[in-house]
Design a protein around this ligand. Structure first.
Ligand SMILES: [Zn+2]
Ligand SMILES: [Zn+2]
Length: 481
C-alpha cells in the first residue's frame, strides 16, 4: 500500500513528468546440493549405493537419486541445466551453501581435498552453464572439513574458496571473504543495493571452534558497520546466508535452535536496529520450504526471512523426524530493482519418484513449476506484512481447539517438503511449524509451544522447561543438516 501511496503523491506533485514504474528483475536462489560422489545404482548394499544413506534401506535406487541418499551428480547437473532452460539470463544467482554429502565417517568419505573437489565441480559446472552471470556464494556448515568446525582465522578451505570463486567476487569482496568467509558487494546494475553474504558457520552451535560468546571473526561488528554505513548512504542491504536464526520447523525430539543462544539474540537485535535498511533475507540449511518472521520485543513484525529448499532429497536422520525427505527444488525470485523488495517467486522442483520411473525424457526437462508464491497464498508481494499475515492467519485458525487449519496451512505443509509429504500434519506438527515461523527468539518460541491451544496470553514470563542439555544438542546437531 505504501508504495502505491508514494506513486500517487509523486504523480500529483510532478504531473506528466512522472513515470515511476516498477522494474522487476529475477534471480535464482539455489541451496544445499549435498553431492554424494559415491552414489551408484549398481550396488547391492545401501551403504554402497550411497554412504549418505547411513545404511538405511534403499530398494530401487534411481537415476535421479533416492530419498535416503544425498544428490548424485546427475541430479545436480540436471538442476543447473533446468535453471538454464527455465531462465538463462537471471540478473544474478545466490547459492546458500552445503555442497558435500552427509556422512558419519568423514575420514573415509570426505577430507579437505574431497570437500574442495566437490565444491569445485559444482562451481565449474555452474560457471560453464552461466558464464556471464554473477554468483553470490555463501558458506554452509558442510563446506568445511571437519564439517561445522570452522574456526576464525586463517583457513586452507576459505583461502581455496576465495580463489575458486574469485571470478564472481569484486576485489573488495574477495579480500573480505579471505579474512572470514563473508563479504558484501553491489547488486549487479545498482549502486544503491548492497548484498551482504554472511558466514553463519561461526554462530552454529555445532561449531566447537567457537565458544558461543564474543564475536568470532568480528562478523557481528562488520554486519553492524555495513548496515550503519548503508543507512548513512541511503542504500538497502539484501542479506544472504546458509544457517538461519530461530528453530527448525519440522517436529523432532529436539528443539533445534541452530545458533548459540547469545548469537541468536545478537542477530535479532541487529535486525531490529537496522530493519529499515534490510530489504530482504534469504537462507538455506533446512532443505525445506518455509519462512520466518522477526519481531520487535512488543511483537510487531518488522522483518522476515525466506528459506529455499535444497537440491538434495536426503531424508534427515534427526531423531524424531518421521520421513523427513523432500523433493529437489530450485527457486526463481522476482524483485523490484529500485528497492530490492522481493515481489514473488516461482518454486520449481523435480518429483524424484516420478523422474526415476521415467527413462525416456532428459532429467532437466522434468523440473517443473511447483507453485507461484503470490498465486498460491493470495498475497500481493513477499513483504514482511504479507508473510506475517499468512502465518498469523494459520496460527489463528490452527491453534484453537475444535477449529480447523485454513487451506493455506495445508498448502504450506505440502510445499514445506517440496510436494513430497502429503500426510496430515497433526496438532503437534502444526504447533512446531507455526511457532518456528512466528517466533525466532528462544523464550518467545518456548512460550509459543507451551501455550499452544491453551488460550494463554503469549508474552508471559514462565521459566523454560524445554531446555536441552548441551550433550543432547551436540548429538542432534551432529546428525543433521
Ligand atoms: Zn547446513
Ligand atoms: Zn544442508
Amino acid at each position: 500500500m505504501g508504495r502505491w501511496c508514494g506513486i500517487i503523491v509523486v504523480l500529483l506533485t510532478t504531473g506528466y513528468e512522472l513515470v515511476e514504474t516498477q522494474e522487476i528483475g529475477k534471480f535464482w536462489h539455489i541451496s544445499d546440493h549435498h553431492l554424494d560422489p559415491y552414489y551408484t545404482q549398481s550396488a547391492e548394499e545401501s551403504i554402497e549405493i550411497c554412504p549418505s544413506s547411513y545404511g538405511r534401506p534403499i530398494t530401487d535406487p534411481g537415476r535421479a537419486g533416492d530419498y535416503n541418499c544425498d544428490s548424485p551428480w546427475d541430479l545436480i547437473k540436471s538442476s543447473v541445466d533446468a535453471m538454464k532452460l527455465i531462465n538463462p539470463n537471471p540478473d544474478f544467482i545466490i547459492w546458500t551453501g552445503d555442497d558435500t554429502m552427509h556422512t558419519d565417517d568423514e575420514e573415509k568419505y570426505l577430507g579437505t581435498e574431497m570437500v574442495l573437489d566437490i565444491i569445485g565441480n559444482i562451481t565449474s559446472y555452474i560457471t560453464e552453464v552461466f558464464p556471464n552471470t554473477t554468483m553470490f556464494p555463501a558458506m554452509g556448515n558442510h563446506d568445511y572439513h571437519p564439517k561445522n568446525q570452522h574456526a576464525p582465522g586463517d583457513s586452507e578451505i576459505v583461502t581455496a574458496l576465495a580463489e575458486m570463486w574469485s571470478h564472481w567476487l569484486s576485489d573488495e569482496a574477495y579480500a573480505s571473504f579471505q579474512t572470514g568467509g563473508f563479504y558484501k558487494d553491489n547488486i549487479p546494475g545498482s549502486t544503491d543495493q548492497i548484498i551482504m553474504v554472511l558466514n553463519t558457520n561461526y554462530w552454529y552451535n555445532s561449531n566447537k571452534q567457537v565458544s558461543g560468546t564474543g564475536d568470532p571473526a568480528r562478523e557481528f561488528q562488520w554486519m553492524k558497520d555495513t548496515l550503519a554505513e548503508a543507512k548513512l548512504q541511503g542504500q538497502k542491504v539484501f542479506i544472504v546466508a546458509h544457517i538461519p536464526p530461530g528453530y527448525f520447523e519440522v517436529k523432532s525430539n529436539f528443539d533445534m535452535l541452530w545458533y548459540y543462544p547469545e548469537y541468536n539474540d545478537m542477530f535479532i537485535s541487529i535486525v531490529r536496529e537496522y530493519h529499515d535498511v534490510i530489504s530482504a533475507m534469504c537462507f538455506g540449511h533446512h532443505h525445506t520450504d518455509t519462512f520466518k518472521i522477526i519481531k520487535t520485543d512488543d511483537g510487531e513484525a518488522i522483518s522476515s526471512l525466506l528459506l529455499a529448499p535444497g537440491v538434495t532429497p536426503w531424508a534427515t536422520t534427526l531423531p524424531g523426524v518421521v520421513d523427513g525427505a523432500n523433493n529437489p527444488g530450485i527457486r526463481l525470485i522476482e524483485y523490484e530493482k529500485n528497492t530490492m523488495a522481493l515481489m514473488d517467486y516461482v518454486q520449481y522442483y523435480l518429483d524424484l519418484g516420478e523422474a526415476n520411473k521415467n527413462d525416456q525424457d532428459s532429467l532437466e526437462s522434468l523440473w517443473v513449476e511447483e507453485y507461484r508464491a503470490t498465486k498460491k497464498y493470495g498475497f500481493s508481494d513477499l513483504s514482511t506484512g504479507s508473510l506475517n499475515n499468512l502465518a498469523e492467519n494459520m496460527r489463528k485458525y490452527c491453534e484453537p481447539k475444535n477449529s480447523d487449519c485454513p487451506p493455506s496451512f495445508r498448502d504450506y505443509f505440502i510445499l514445506n517438503s517440496v510436494s513430497y509429504n502429503f500426510n496430515q500434519c497433526d496438532e503437534d506438527c502444526q504447533k512446531y511449524q507455526i511457532c518456528a515461523i512466528l517466533e525466532v527468539e528462544k523464550e518467545k518460541y518456548e512460550d509459543c509451544l507451551r501455550d499452544w491451544g491453551s488460550g494463554a496470553p503469549r508474552q508471559t514470563e514462565i521459566p523454560s522447561v524445554l531446555m536441552m542439555s548441551s550433550v543432547m544438542w551436540s548429538i542432534a546437531a551432529a546428525l543433521f543438516r
